[in-house]
Design a protein around this ligand. Structure first.
Ligand SMILES: Nc1ncnc2c1ncn2[C@@H]1O[C@H](COP(=O)(O)OP(=O)(O)OP(=O)(O)O)[C@@H](O)[C@H]1O
Length: 785
C-alpha cells in the first residue's frame, strides 16, 4: 500500500526509520564493545597464570603471589561483567529492532505545549543522553496510555500527580522493523489490536501482554499503596498475566532496592511453572523465585514422611464419598484448613512456652546419651521471653557438647575397640600421618603405637555418632510430630486452646486417624501445613524468609485459610499479591471460605485492596457463554466475555468408551489439519490420563505425537497434550477436548467447578465428550440450561 505523502501514516513510517537508525547505531557500538570485551575475557583467561607472579619461598612472597592472583581475578570478573552487560544490551536492541514501540501518546501538561511520547518494552535514549526516542512501558508517563482516553488526563509521579490533556492516542503493530498496522483510538486500549492478539494461536509458554494491558489490569500492576492486594478474577481475565507484569513493573520501579530473588511466586504445579517462565526474560528481567506449596511441604517433611499431596487427597475423598469414613475425613479436611484451627494451634504454641514440647531422646544403640526429660529441663530452663528459637539453639549447643564428652567417655569401651579393629585403611593411614606430623615414629615407638590407636579409636567413634551430630544440628531432637499429636490426644488441652473452648465435630475420629497415619509415617495432606507450622515454630522460625519483599500467590482459591495464615507468618516482611477465582475452587480445603481461603483477613483493611477482574479475554464469546452456564446464575454473575467470536462449543454423546476415543481421535486430526497448534485432551483424574493417551496413540497415525503430561513434567509441548484436570490449572490451549464429562464422573455438586475450570482452558475450540448420561452441569445444546 502506498501512503499519501505527509499523511499520518507516512509521518509515522518516517519516524520509525529514524528510530531504527538509532537502534542500529547503538547496536553497532554495542557489538564492537562486545567483541572487544570477548577478546579481553578470552585473553585474560588464557594469560591468567602468565601474569601472576608465583613465588612461595616465604610468607611475604606468598602474600604477594596471593594479591597478584586476586588482582587478575578481579580484572577478569570486571571484564566478564561488562561482557555480560554488553551482550544483554545487544539482546535488548535486537528486540527493539524487531518492534521498538507499540504506542504513541501526545500529552499537554497544564500550561505547557504537547509532548509526543512513544512507548515500548524498553526505553531508547539518544546518544546525547537527553532525547527519549522511546519510553519504557513502566515509566510513570506511560500509564496515561493504559488508563485514559483522549481528553483530560492525569498520571502519578513519585512525588505527586501530573495534570493535563491527552490529545492523541495511537497504537502500532511493528514486526521485523516494519509497520504492520496503525490505529488512532478513543477506547482506553483499542479493541482492534486486542482482537488481533487474542485471535492468535496459543503457545506452549505464556506471552507478555504489555502492548494491550487493560485499565483494571494496570491498576493491579502499578499498585504501590497496599500491603495486601487480593484479586478475584474470572477465568481468563488476566490474573496471571497481570501478576507477571506487576513483577516486571516492581523490578523496574524499585530497581535500586529490589532484586528478583526477593520476589517469590507460588504456582499451582510444575507444568504451570514451566508455562510462565518465559514472560519475564522476554521483558528483559530475570525471573523471580518460583515454587509450589507442595515443594515447601516436601522440603520440610518429605525426608521423614510420606506426605499425601492435594490431588491424592481429593481422589481419596472422591473414592470414599458417601461412606461414614468419607464424611469424617471431609470434616477433618475442612476443619484442619480453617482459621479456627490456626488460632487453636497458635494458642497451643503459647501454652508450649510453659510446658509440653516433646523431644526425641538422643540414643546410640541401646545407650541413652541425653534423655527427653533432660532436654525438656534444659529447654524450659532458658527463660520463655527468649522465645523458642533461643531455647532450641541452647539445647542444640548443649547436646553437641554432650555428644563430644560422651565420645570421650567411650574410648575404652568394647564397641569402640571392636570398631577400631576393623578400621578402614584410610583411617589407619590418616592416623599414621597425624602421628608422624607430630614428630612420632622415631624413638619411643610404643608410645606412638598407643597414640595411633587412640586416634583411630576416636575417629571410628566420631564416625559412628556423625549421624547423631547431623540430626542434632538440624534440630531433629525436637519431636514436632508428638507435640502436634498431643493436641489430638487430650480433650481438655484442645478445648483450652480452641478460641471458642469447644472441640470440633469429629475430634475423636481425628484422634484415631492420627494414630493410624503417623504410626505408619504417613502424613495426610490436611495435617501437613499445621505440622510444618508447629515444627517451624519450635525452631523459632529460623527459616523464616525475612528478605523476601513480595509474595505472589496464583490460584489462591486453592489454599486453605490455614495455609494462607502460615504463608503470612513465613514471609513476615513481604507485601502480598494474591490472585484467584472462587469459581475455580476445586479443592475441599478452601471451599468453606467461599474459595478465598481467608486471604482477605490477613491484614488490616486500611492496607488491603480487593479488586475484581470480570472480562474474560482468553476464550471466544461462545465459549465464555457456554462455561458461564456451567456455574450457578449467582456465581456466573458479572463474568463478561470480550467481544471475540468463534464456533459454538460442542457436546458430543458417545455410546461407549470405544466410540469416545474414536471421535476424539478424529477431531484431533481435523483440528490439527485446521492449524490449531495446541490441543489439550483433559481427563478428570491421573488414572484416566494413561488410558486416554494409550487409546489415542493407538488410533492416530504415528506422525501425530501425543504428550502425556504428568505431575513431574515441567514442559508443555506443542501439539496434542493429554493431562489430568488439576494439571490444567492456569494454562490454556487453542482447543480443549474434555475426555468423558459423563454424569458418573462429573455428576456431583462439587464437580461443577471442576468442569468449569477444565472448560475455561479453551481459547478457540471446546468439545465436550461423554458416555452415558451427560454431566448435569453441562448446558443443553443450542441454549442455556
Ligand atoms: N490485556 C490483555 N491483552 C492481551 N491478552 C490478554 C490480556 N489479558 C489477558 N490476556 C490473555 O488472556 C489469557 C488468559 O490470561 P491469564 O492466564 O493471565 O488469565 P487468568 O485470569 O490467570 O486465568 P485463569 O484463572 O483461568 O487461569 C491469556 O492468553 C492472556 O494472554
Amino acid at each position: 500500500m502506498v501512503n499519501e505523502p505527509n499523511s499520518p501514516r507516512d509521518e509515522e513510517e518516517k519516524r520509525l526509520l529514524v528510530v531504527l537508525e538509532q537502534v542500529s547505531r547503538r547496536m553497532r557500538k554495542e557489538l564492537a564493545l562486545l567483541g572487544d570485551r570477548r577478546e579481553d575475557v578470552v585473553g585474560i583467561r588464557q594469560e591468567f597464570w602468565d601474569d601472576v607472579r608465583m613465588n612461595f619461598s616465604d610468607s611475604t612472597e606468598v602474600g604477594e603471589t596471593w594479591s597478584s592472583i586476586v588482582q587478575q581475578a578481579e580484572l577478569l570478573a570486571e571484564r566478564e561483567r561488562s561482557h555480560r552487560v554488553a551482550s544483554e544490551a545487544v539482546e535488548r536492541l535486537t528486540k527493539q529492532f524487531d518492534s521498538p514501540y507499540f504506542a504513541r501518546i501526545d500529552f499537554a501538561e497544564k500550561g505547557y505545549d504537547a509532548e509526543v511520547i512513544y512507548i515500548g518494552r524498553a526505553s531508547l535514549v539518544g546518544e546525547d543522553g537527553e532525547t527519549f526516542y522511546v519510553y519504557d512501558w513502566r515509566a510513570p508517563v506511560s500509564s496515561l496510555f493504559y488508563d485514559h482516553e483522549p481528553g483530560p488526563a492525569t498520571y502519578r509521579v513519585p512525588d505527586g500527580e501530573m495534570i493535563g490533556e491527552l490529545l492523541l492516542k495511537r497504537q502500532f503493530v511493528i514486526r521485523g522493523g516494519q509497520m504492520k498496522f496503525m490505529f488512532d483510538t478513543s477506547e482506553t486500549v483499542g479493541d482492534e489490536i486486542l482482537q488481533a492478539v487474542l485471535s492468535e494461536g496459543s503457545d506452549t509458554s505464556m506471552k507478555s501482554i504489555v502492548a494491550t494491558i487493560q485499565k483494571e489490569q494496570n491498576g493491579i500492576i502499578r499498585d504501590e499503596k497496599h500491603k495486601l492486594l487480593v484479586v478475584q478474577g474470572a477465568a481468563g481475565s488476566g490474573k496471571t498475566s497481570a501478576a507477571l507484569q506487576r513483577i516486571a513493573y516492581l523490578l523496574y520501579r524499585y530497581r535500586e532496592s529490589l532484586a528478583p530473588d526477593q520476589i517469590i511466586l507460588f504456582s499451582p504445579n510444575p507444568v504451570f511453572k514451566g508455562y510462565i517462565s518465559r514472560v519475564l526474560p522476554d521483558l528483559g528481567e530475570a525471573n523471580m523465585r518460583q515454587m509450589t506449596f507442595r515443594e515447601l511441604i516436601e522440603a520440610r517433611l518429605g525426608r521423614r514422611f510420606e506426605v499425601e499431596d492435594l490431588f491424592s487427597q481429593t481422589e481419596a475423598l472422591a473414592a470414599d464419598d458417601g461412606s461414614p469414613a468419607g464424611e469424617s475425613r471431609e470434616r477433618s479436611v475442612r476443619y484442619k484448613g480453617s482459621e479456627h484451627f490456626f488460632v487453636t494451634v497458635e494458642n497451643y504454641l503459647k501454652r508450649l512456652e510453659q510446658e509440653g514440647v516433646r523431644f526425641h531422646p538422643l540414643r546410640f544403640r541401646s545407650m541413652t546419651i541425653a534423655s527427653a526429660e533432660e532436654m525438656s529441663e534444659r529447654f524450659y530452663g532458658i527463660q520463655a521471653s527468649d522465645g523458642f528459637g533461643t531455647r532450641a539453639a541452647g539445647v542444640r549447643r548443649w547436646l553437641l557438647e554432650r555428644l563430644q564428652s560422651w565420645v570421650d567417655s567411650q574410648m575404652d569401651e568394647a564397641w569402640v575397640e571392636e570398631a577400631a579393629e576393623s578400621a578402614s585403611s584410610e583411617d589407619i593411614q590418616r592416623a599414621y600421618v597425624e602421628v608422624r606430623r607430630s614428630g612420632g615414629f622415631h624413638d619411643e615407638a610404643f608410645e606412638d603405637e598407643d597414640h595411633m590407636s587412640a586416634i583411630i579409636r576416636r575417629r571410628v567413634a566420631e564416625n559412628a555418632v556423625a549421624p547423631l551430630v547431623k540430626a542434632v544440628r538440624n534440630y531433629r531432637f525436637l519431636d514436632a510430630v508428638a507435640t502436634y499429636r498431643e493436641l489430638f490426644e487430650s480433650r481438655s488441652l484442645f478445648a483450652a486452646c480452641a478460641p471458642d473452648g469447644k472441640l470440633p465435630l469429629g475430634w475423636e475420629w481425628m484422634l484415631q486417624r492420627a494414630e493410624e497415619t503417623f504410626g505408619r509415617k504417613l502424613v495426610d495432606h490436611e495435617d501437613a501445613t499445621p505440622l510444618m507450622y508447629v515444627s517451624e515454630a519450635l525452631e523459632g522460625f529460623r527459616r523464616v524468609e525475612g528478605d523476601i519483599l513480595h509474595v505472589f500467590v496464583d490460584e489462591a482459591q486453592d489454599y486453605s485459610p490455614f495455609q494462607a495464615a502460615y504463608l503470612r507468618r513465613r514471609y513476615p516482611r513481604a507485601r502480598m499479591t494474591v490472585l484467584g477465582d472462587f469459581n475455580q475452587a476445586i479443592y475441599l480445603q478452601s471451599q468453606d471460605s467461599g474459595g478465598f481461603g481467608g486471604w482477605i483477613r490477613l491484614m488490616s483493611p486500611e492496607v488491603t485492596s480487593v479488586l475484581r477482574l470480570t472480562t474474560s479475554y482468553r476464550s471466544t464469546e461462545q465459549i465464555v457463554d457456554f462455561t458461564k452456564a456451567i456455574l450457578t446464575a449467582e456465581d456466573a454473575k458479572g463474568i463478561t466475555p470480550f467481544n471475540r467470536k468463534g464456533e459454538p462449543p460442542k457436546v458430543v454423546a458417545c455410546k461407549d468408551g470405544g466410540q469416545l476415543g474414536e471421535k476424539i481421535a478424529a477431531d484431533i486430526e481435523d483440528l490439527l489439519g485446521k492449524g490449531y497448534g495446541t490441543i489439550g485432551v483433559i481427563t478428570k483424574t491421573a488414572h484416566e490420563t494413561g488410558n486416554a493417551s494409550a487409546v489415542l496413540k493407538e488410533l492416530l497415525p504415528n506422525d501425530v505425537s501425543i504428550a502425556l503430561v504428568t505431575g513431574g513434567s515441567a514442559e508443555l509441548p506443542r501439539g496434542v497434550s493429554v493431562l489430568p484436570s488439576y494439571l490444567a490449572k492456569g494454562i490454556e490451549f487453542d482447543a480443549v477436548l474434555v475426555w468423558d464429562a459423563s454424569d458418573d464422573l462429573y455428576g456431583k455438586d462439587k464437580d461443577r467447578k471442576l468442569l468449569y475450570t477444565v472448560c475455561t482452558r479453551a481459547l478457540h475450540v471446546l468439545h465436550v465428550y461423554h458416555t452415558g448420561e451427560a454431566s448435569p452441569w453441562l448446558p443443553r445444546q443450542g441454549g442455556r440450561k
